[in-house]
Design a protein around this ligand. Structure first.
Ligand code: 3PG
Length: 393
Protein backbone atom coordinates (compact mmCIF):
# COMPACT_ATOMS: atom_id res chain seq x y z
CA UNK A 1 0.00 0.00 0.00
CA UNK A 2 1.02 3.65 0.13
CA UNK A 3 4.53 4.56 1.23
CA UNK A 4 3.48 7.98 2.50
CA UNK A 5 0.54 6.60 4.46
CA UNK A 6 2.80 3.99 6.05
CA UNK A 7 5.19 6.67 7.30
CA UNK A 8 8.02 5.21 5.23
CA UNK A 9 8.87 8.52 3.58
CA UNK A 10 9.76 10.49 6.71
CA UNK A 11 13.37 11.72 6.48
CA UNK A 12 13.95 9.91 3.16
CA UNK A 13 15.49 11.46 0.06
CA UNK A 14 12.70 11.47 -2.52
CA UNK A 15 13.52 12.16 -6.17
CA UNK A 16 10.43 13.19 -8.16
CA UNK A 17 10.53 13.16 -11.96
CA UNK A 18 7.78 15.52 -13.09
CA UNK A 19 6.92 16.74 -16.58
CA UNK A 20 7.28 20.50 -16.21
CA UNK A 21 7.94 20.95 -19.93
CA UNK A 22 5.66 23.97 -20.34
CA UNK A 23 5.40 26.43 -23.23
CA UNK A 24 7.37 29.66 -22.81
CA UNK A 25 7.01 32.85 -24.86
CA UNK A 26 9.95 34.71 -26.46
CA UNK A 27 10.65 36.52 -23.21
CA UNK A 28 10.74 33.29 -21.20
CA UNK A 29 7.34 33.64 -19.55
CA UNK A 30 5.19 30.57 -19.04
CA UNK A 31 2.14 30.78 -21.30
CA UNK A 32 0.33 27.69 -19.95
CA UNK A 33 1.05 26.16 -16.54
CA UNK A 34 -1.29 23.14 -16.35
CA UNK A 35 1.60 20.69 -16.05
CA UNK A 36 3.16 22.64 -13.17
CA UNK A 37 -0.15 22.77 -11.32
CA UNK A 38 -0.67 19.05 -11.96
CA UNK A 39 2.71 18.30 -10.34
CA UNK A 40 1.82 19.98 -7.04
CA UNK A 41 -0.11 17.15 -5.28
CA UNK A 42 2.86 14.76 -5.53
CA UNK A 43 5.34 17.35 -4.27
CA UNK A 44 3.04 18.28 -1.38
CA UNK A 45 2.55 14.62 -0.48
CA UNK A 46 6.31 14.16 -0.24
CA UNK A 47 6.78 17.34 1.80
CA UNK A 48 3.89 16.56 4.13
CA UNK A 49 5.35 13.10 4.67
CA UNK A 50 8.61 14.70 5.85
CA UNK A 51 10.81 13.84 2.87
CA UNK A 52 13.85 15.70 1.59
CA UNK A 53 12.43 16.43 -1.85
CA UNK A 54 14.21 16.78 -5.18
CA UNK A 55 12.14 17.54 -8.27
CA UNK A 56 13.36 17.55 -11.83
CA UNK A 57 12.03 17.78 -15.38
CA UNK A 58 13.24 18.33 -18.88
CA UNK A 59 12.42 21.55 -20.68
CA UNK A 60 12.54 21.45 -24.46
CA UNK A 61 15.15 19.40 -26.27
CA UNK A 62 18.53 20.86 -25.24
CA UNK A 63 21.93 19.54 -26.31
CA UNK A 64 23.47 17.35 -23.63
CA UNK A 65 26.49 18.85 -21.93
CA UNK A 66 25.88 22.28 -23.48
CA UNK A 67 23.52 24.15 -21.15
CA UNK A 68 22.10 27.36 -22.63
CA UNK A 69 20.25 30.06 -20.65
CA UNK A 70 17.01 29.27 -22.50
CA UNK A 71 17.19 25.66 -21.26
CA UNK A 72 16.80 26.82 -17.66
CA UNK A 73 13.93 25.76 -15.43
CA UNK A 74 14.17 29.18 -13.69
CA UNK A 75 10.66 30.29 -14.78
CA UNK A 76 9.32 26.92 -13.58
CA UNK A 77 11.08 27.32 -10.21
CA UNK A 78 9.38 30.72 -9.77
CA UNK A 79 5.96 29.29 -10.62
CA UNK A 80 6.50 26.31 -8.30
CA UNK A 81 7.46 28.70 -5.49
CA UNK A 82 4.21 30.61 -5.98
CA UNK A 83 2.07 27.49 -6.11
CA UNK A 84 3.74 25.83 -3.12
CA UNK A 85 3.94 29.14 -1.27
CA UNK A 86 7.55 28.52 -0.30
CA UNK A 87 11.00 29.09 -1.71
CA UNK A 88 12.03 26.49 -4.31
CA UNK A 89 15.77 26.85 -4.94
CA UNK A 90 17.00 25.82 -8.41
CA UNK A 91 20.18 23.73 -8.35
CA UNK A 92 22.57 23.42 -11.32
CA UNK A 93 25.21 20.69 -11.80
CA UNK A 94 23.47 18.38 -9.39
CA UNK A 95 24.31 14.91 -10.72
CA UNK A 96 27.17 14.26 -8.30
CA UNK A 97 25.29 15.28 -5.17
CA UNK A 98 22.35 17.24 -3.82
CA UNK A 99 22.00 18.75 -0.37
CA UNK A 100 18.41 19.10 0.78
CA UNK A 101 16.95 18.82 4.27
CA UNK A 102 13.81 16.88 5.22
CA UNK A 103 10.76 19.09 4.77
CA UNK A 104 12.52 21.08 2.05
CA UNK A 105 12.18 20.96 -1.73
CA UNK A 106 14.70 21.83 -4.43
CA UNK A 107 14.27 21.90 -8.20
CA UNK A 108 17.08 20.27 -10.14
CA UNK A 109 17.95 22.07 -13.37
CA UNK A 110 16.85 20.67 -16.77
CA UNK A 111 17.67 16.96 -16.59
CA UNK A 112 18.13 16.72 -20.35
CA UNK A 113 21.39 18.65 -20.26
CA UNK A 114 22.99 15.78 -18.35
CA UNK A 115 25.20 13.67 -20.60
CA UNK A 116 23.62 10.24 -21.09
CA UNK A 117 20.03 11.27 -20.25
CA UNK A 118 18.45 10.76 -23.69
CA UNK A 119 20.12 7.40 -24.33
CA UNK A 120 19.66 6.28 -20.73
CA UNK A 121 23.35 5.55 -20.14
CA UNK A 122 23.97 3.26 -17.20
CA UNK A 123 26.66 5.47 -15.65
CA UNK A 124 24.26 8.40 -15.40
CA UNK A 125 21.36 6.21 -14.29
CA UNK A 126 23.38 4.82 -11.38
CA UNK A 127 24.42 8.32 -10.30
CA UNK A 128 20.80 9.48 -10.41
CA UNK A 129 19.68 6.50 -8.37
CA UNK A 130 22.41 7.18 -5.78
CA UNK A 131 20.85 10.59 -5.08
CA UNK A 132 17.72 9.11 -3.57
CA UNK A 133 16.11 6.53 -1.30
CA UNK A 134 12.81 6.65 -3.19
CA UNK A 135 12.27 7.47 -6.85
CA UNK A 136 8.80 8.71 -7.78
CA UNK A 137 7.87 9.05 -11.43
CA UNK A 138 4.96 11.46 -11.79
CA UNK A 139 5.75 12.49 -15.38
CA UNK A 140 3.00 10.99 -17.52
CA UNK A 141 3.85 13.39 -20.37
CA UNK A 142 7.32 11.83 -20.63
CA UNK A 143 6.33 8.22 -19.92
CA UNK A 144 6.83 7.26 -23.58
CA UNK A 145 10.54 8.11 -23.28
CA UNK A 146 13.05 5.66 -21.81
CA UNK A 147 15.58 8.18 -20.54
CA UNK A 148 17.86 8.47 -17.51
CA UNK A 149 15.32 10.18 -15.25
CA UNK A 150 12.30 8.23 -16.53
CA UNK A 151 13.72 4.73 -16.90
CA UNK A 152 17.34 4.29 -15.78
CA UNK A 153 16.86 5.72 -12.30
CA UNK A 154 13.81 3.48 -11.85
CA UNK A 155 16.00 0.44 -12.52
CA UNK A 156 18.55 1.25 -9.83
CA UNK A 157 16.83 3.34 -7.12
CA UNK A 158 16.23 1.42 -3.84
CA UNK A 159 12.48 2.00 -4.26
CA UNK A 160 10.73 3.16 -7.44
CA UNK A 161 7.05 3.97 -7.71
CA UNK A 162 4.44 5.97 -9.59
CA UNK A 163 3.23 9.32 -8.32
CA UNK A 164 -0.43 10.36 -8.12
CA UNK A 165 -0.57 12.11 -11.51
CA UNK A 166 1.02 9.22 -13.41
CA UNK A 167 -1.30 6.79 -11.60
CA UNK A 168 -4.40 8.90 -12.33
CA UNK A 169 -3.51 9.16 -16.02
CA UNK A 170 -2.97 5.42 -16.35
CA UNK A 171 -6.20 4.70 -14.48
CA UNK A 172 -8.20 7.04 -16.74
CA UNK A 173 -6.69 5.57 -19.91
CA UNK A 174 -7.30 2.03 -18.68
CA UNK A 175 -10.90 2.90 -17.89
CA UNK A 176 -11.37 4.42 -21.34
CA UNK A 177 -9.49 1.95 -23.52
CA UNK A 178 -8.97 -1.35 -21.72
CA UNK A 179 -12.27 -1.65 -19.84
CA UNK A 180 -14.58 0.89 -21.48
CA UNK A 181 -18.24 1.27 -20.86
CA UNK A 182 -19.59 0.71 -24.38
CA UNK A 183 -20.33 2.05 -26.88
CA UNK A 184 -16.79 3.43 -27.03
CA UNK A 185 -16.51 6.44 -29.35
CA UNK A 186 -13.28 8.06 -30.49
CA UNK A 187 -12.86 11.39 -32.20
CA UNK A 188 -9.57 11.59 -34.03
CA UNK A 189 -9.00 14.85 -35.81
CA UNK A 190 -6.17 17.15 -36.74
CA UNK A 191 -4.43 18.14 -39.89
CA UNK A 192 -2.79 14.95 -41.15
CA UNK A 193 -3.69 11.28 -41.52
CA UNK A 194 0.03 10.43 -41.62
CA UNK A 195 0.67 11.57 -38.04
CA UNK A 196 -2.37 9.69 -36.71
CA UNK A 197 -2.62 6.68 -38.99
CA UNK A 198 -1.40 4.20 -36.36
CA UNK A 199 -3.91 5.67 -33.93
CA UNK A 200 -6.73 5.25 -36.43
CA UNK A 201 -5.66 1.68 -37.20
CA UNK A 202 -5.31 0.78 -33.54
CA UNK A 203 -8.63 2.37 -32.54
CA UNK A 204 -10.45 0.74 -35.46
CA UNK A 205 -9.89 -2.57 -33.62
CA UNK A 206 -11.31 -1.28 -30.35
CA UNK A 207 -13.95 1.38 -30.75
CA UNK A 208 -17.63 1.20 -31.67
CA UNK A 209 -17.66 4.64 -33.30
CA UNK A 210 -14.73 6.30 -35.04
CA UNK A 211 -15.24 9.95 -35.91
CA UNK A 212 -12.66 11.75 -38.04
CA UNK A 213 -12.29 15.48 -38.52
CA UNK A 214 -9.99 18.21 -39.79
CA UNK A 215 -7.53 17.41 -42.58
CA UNK A 216 -7.91 13.73 -41.66
CA UNK A 217 -11.60 13.87 -42.67
CA UNK A 218 -10.60 15.45 -46.00
CA UNK A 219 -8.54 12.39 -46.89
CA UNK A 220 -11.47 10.16 -45.86
CA UNK A 221 -13.81 12.27 -48.04
CA UNK A 222 -11.42 11.84 -50.95
CA UNK A 223 -11.35 8.09 -50.31
CA UNK A 224 -15.17 8.11 -50.36
CA UNK A 225 -15.07 9.74 -53.79
CA UNK A 226 -16.05 13.25 -52.71
CA UNK A 227 -14.50 16.44 -54.13
CA UNK A 228 -12.35 18.38 -51.65
CA UNK A 229 -11.02 21.20 -53.87
CA UNK A 230 -7.63 22.43 -52.70
CA UNK A 231 -8.20 21.29 -49.10
CA UNK A 232 -5.37 19.80 -47.10
CA UNK A 233 -5.27 16.05 -47.73
CA UNK A 234 -2.84 13.20 -48.31
CA UNK A 235 -3.79 11.41 -51.54
CA UNK A 236 -1.09 8.75 -51.01
CA UNK A 237 -2.95 7.64 -47.90
CA UNK A 238 -6.26 6.92 -49.61
CA UNK A 239 -5.74 3.16 -49.34
CA UNK A 240 -4.89 3.54 -45.66
CA UNK A 241 -8.09 5.54 -45.10
CA UNK A 242 -10.07 2.91 -47.01
CA UNK A 243 -8.64 0.11 -44.88
CA UNK A 244 -9.64 1.97 -41.69
CA UNK A 245 -13.17 2.37 -43.10
CA UNK A 246 -13.22 -1.33 -44.00
CA UNK A 247 -12.03 -2.31 -40.53
CA UNK A 248 -14.87 -0.34 -38.95
CA UNK A 249 -17.36 -1.76 -41.43
CA UNK A 250 -16.25 -5.27 -40.52
CA UNK A 251 -17.22 -4.39 -36.95
CA UNK A 252 -20.65 -3.23 -38.05
CA UNK A 253 -19.92 0.52 -37.93
CA UNK A 254 -19.23 3.22 -40.49
CA UNK A 255 -16.68 6.01 -40.27
CA UNK A 256 -19.10 8.91 -40.72
CA UNK A 257 -18.09 11.02 -43.71
CA UNK A 258 -19.12 14.72 -43.56
CA UNK A 259 -22.25 15.44 -45.59
CA UNK A 260 -21.75 19.20 -45.37
CA UNK A 261 -18.72 21.39 -44.81
CA UNK A 262 -17.70 25.02 -44.23
CA UNK A 263 -15.41 26.32 -46.95
CA UNK A 264 -13.38 29.43 -47.75
CA UNK A 265 -11.20 30.52 -50.66
CA UNK A 266 -8.22 31.38 -48.45
CA UNK A 267 -6.91 30.22 -45.08
CA UNK A 268 -7.59 33.34 -43.01
CA UNK A 269 -9.65 34.39 -39.99
CA UNK A 270 -11.56 36.94 -42.06
CA UNK A 271 -12.07 34.74 -45.14
CA UNK A 272 -15.80 34.62 -46.01
CA UNK A 273 -17.22 31.24 -44.95
CA UNK A 274 -19.67 29.25 -47.07
CA UNK A 275 -21.66 26.21 -45.95
CA UNK A 276 -21.85 23.63 -48.73
CA UNK A 277 -23.05 20.11 -49.29
CA UNK A 278 -20.02 17.80 -49.34
CA UNK A 279 -20.83 16.94 -52.97
CA UNK A 280 -20.62 20.62 -54.01
CA UNK A 281 -17.08 21.53 -52.97
CA UNK A 282 -15.47 23.55 -55.79
CA UNK A 283 -11.97 23.21 -57.18
CA UNK A 284 -10.75 26.38 -55.47
CA UNK A 285 -12.43 25.65 -52.11
CA UNK A 286 -10.67 24.96 -48.82
CA UNK A 287 -12.65 22.89 -46.31
CA UNK A 288 -12.03 24.49 -42.90
CA UNK A 289 -14.76 22.90 -40.77
CA UNK A 290 -17.46 20.26 -40.80
CA UNK A 291 -20.90 21.70 -41.64
CA UNK A 292 -23.74 22.22 -39.13
CA UNK A 293 -25.73 19.19 -40.33
CA UNK A 294 -22.68 16.92 -39.91
CA UNK A 295 -21.86 18.47 -36.52
CA UNK A 296 -25.42 17.93 -35.27
CA UNK A 297 -25.42 14.33 -36.52
CA UNK A 298 -22.11 13.55 -34.81
CA UNK A 299 -23.28 15.24 -31.59
CA UNK A 300 -26.41 13.06 -31.64
CA UNK A 301 -24.27 9.98 -32.22
CA UNK A 302 -22.06 10.87 -29.24
CA UNK A 303 -25.16 11.02 -27.02
CA UNK A 304 -25.40 7.26 -26.97
CA UNK A 305 -21.73 6.69 -26.15
CA UNK A 306 -20.67 5.12 -22.86
CA UNK A 307 -17.08 6.30 -23.24
CA UNK A 308 -15.62 9.06 -25.42
CA UNK A 309 -11.95 9.52 -26.33
CA UNK A 310 -11.19 12.89 -27.90
CA UNK A 311 -8.04 13.91 -29.71
CA UNK A 312 -8.04 16.82 -32.13
CA UNK A 313 -10.32 19.68 -33.17
CA UNK A 314 -12.54 18.93 -36.18
CA UNK A 315 -12.04 22.34 -37.80
CA UNK A 316 -9.98 25.52 -37.67
CA UNK A 317 -11.57 26.50 -34.36
CA UNK A 318 -9.08 29.35 -33.85
CA UNK A 319 -11.07 31.25 -36.51
CA UNK A 320 -14.62 32.20 -35.39
CA UNK A 321 -16.19 31.39 -38.76
CA UNK A 322 -14.83 27.83 -38.66
CA UNK A 323 -15.27 26.92 -34.99
CA UNK A 324 -18.85 25.64 -35.04
CA UNK A 325 -17.92 21.98 -35.57
CA UNK A 326 -15.38 21.86 -32.76
CA UNK A 327 -17.69 23.81 -30.42
CA UNK A 328 -20.60 21.47 -31.15
CA UNK A 329 -18.46 18.38 -30.50
CA UNK A 330 -17.04 19.94 -27.31
CA UNK A 331 -20.54 20.73 -26.05
CA UNK A 332 -21.79 17.26 -26.94
CA UNK A 333 -18.95 15.75 -24.90
CA UNK A 334 -19.68 18.16 -22.03
CA UNK A 335 -23.38 17.24 -22.00
CA UNK A 336 -22.82 13.52 -22.36
CA UNK A 337 -23.01 11.29 -19.29
CA UNK A 338 -20.28 9.14 -20.90
CA UNK A 339 -16.85 8.92 -19.29
CA UNK A 340 -14.71 11.15 -21.50
CA UNK A 341 -10.97 11.51 -21.82
CA UNK A 342 -9.22 14.16 -23.88
CA UNK A 343 -5.60 14.89 -24.69
CA UNK A 344 -3.23 16.67 -27.05
CA UNK A 345 -2.30 20.36 -27.18
CA UNK A 346 -4.95 21.59 -29.64
CA UNK A 347 -7.67 19.60 -27.91
CA UNK A 348 -6.81 21.16 -24.56
CA UNK A 349 -6.91 24.63 -26.16
CA UNK A 350 -10.42 23.87 -27.47
CA UNK A 351 -11.55 22.58 -24.06
CA UNK A 352 -10.29 25.79 -22.47
CA UNK A 353 -11.90 27.95 -25.16
CA UNK A 354 -15.33 26.39 -24.59
CA UNK A 355 -14.92 26.22 -20.82
CA UNK A 356 -15.79 22.52 -20.49
CA UNK A 357 -12.87 21.47 -18.23
CA UNK A 358 -15.24 20.40 -15.46
CA UNK A 359 -17.42 18.29 -17.75
CA UNK A 360 -14.65 16.23 -19.31
CA UNK A 361 -14.03 13.09 -17.28
CA UNK A 362 -10.27 13.27 -17.55
CA UNK A 363 -7.96 15.74 -19.27
CA UNK A 364 -4.54 14.27 -19.96
CA UNK A 365 -1.34 16.24 -19.44
CA UNK A 366 0.28 14.09 -22.12
CA UNK A 367 0.96 15.10 -25.70
CA UNK A 368 3.09 12.44 -27.38
CA UNK A 369 2.54 10.04 -24.46
CA UNK A 370 -1.26 10.26 -24.82
CA UNK A 371 -1.01 9.64 -28.57
CA UNK A 372 1.23 6.62 -28.05
CA UNK A 373 -1.30 5.07 -25.70
CA UNK A 374 -3.99 5.61 -28.33
CA UNK A 375 -1.67 3.86 -30.79
CA UNK A 376 -1.80 0.86 -28.51
CA UNK A 377 1.83 1.20 -27.41
CA UNK A 378 3.00 0.59 -23.88
CA UNK A 379 4.79 3.30 -21.92
CA UNK A 380 8.33 2.19 -20.99
CA UNK A 381 8.60 4.54 -18.00
CA UNK A 382 5.47 2.98 -16.51
CA UNK A 383 6.44 -0.58 -17.43
CA UNK A 384 9.69 -0.39 -15.48
CA UNK A 385 7.75 0.82 -12.43
CA UNK A 386 5.36 -2.10 -12.73
CA UNK A 387 8.38 -4.41 -12.75
CA UNK A 388 9.95 -2.71 -9.76
CA UNK A 389 7.15 -1.71 -7.45
CA UNK A 390 4.22 -3.39 -5.84
CA UNK A 391 3.68 -0.18 -3.96
CA UNK A 392 2.20 3.25 -4.58
CA UNK A 393 3.71 6.51 -3.40
C1 3PG B 1 5.78 16.65 -24.28
O1 3PG B 1 5.77 17.90 -24.26
O2 3PG B 1 5.03 15.98 -25.03
C2 3PG B 1 6.64 15.94 -23.28
O3 3PG B 1 7.16 16.82 -22.34
C3 3PG B 1 7.72 15.14 -23.97
O4 3PG B 1 8.63 15.98 -24.62
P1 3PG B 1 9.58 15.37 -25.75
O5 3PG B 1 8.71 15.07 -26.94
O6 3PG B 1 10.61 16.43 -26.02
O7 3PG B 1 10.19 14.10 -25.20
Amino acid sequence: SDLCAQGKVQGQRVFIRADLNVPLDATGHITEDTRIRASIPCIRMALDAGAAVMVTSHLGRPTEGAFQPEDSLAPVARRLSELLDRDVPLLANWVDGVTVAPGQVVLLENCRVNVGEKKNKEELARKLAALCDIFVNDAFGTAHRAEGTTYGIAQYAPIACAGPLLSAEIDALTKALAHPQRPLAAIVAGSKVSTKLTILQSLADKVDQLIVGGGIANTFMLAAGLPIGKSLAEPDLLDAAKSVMAAMKARGAEVPIPTDVVTAKTFAADAPATIKAATDVAEDDLILDIGPETAARLAAQLKSAGTIVWNGPVGVFEFAAFENGTRTIAQAIAQSPAFSIAGGGDTLAAIAKYGIEQQVGYISTGGGAFLEVLEGKTLPAFEILEKRAATAF
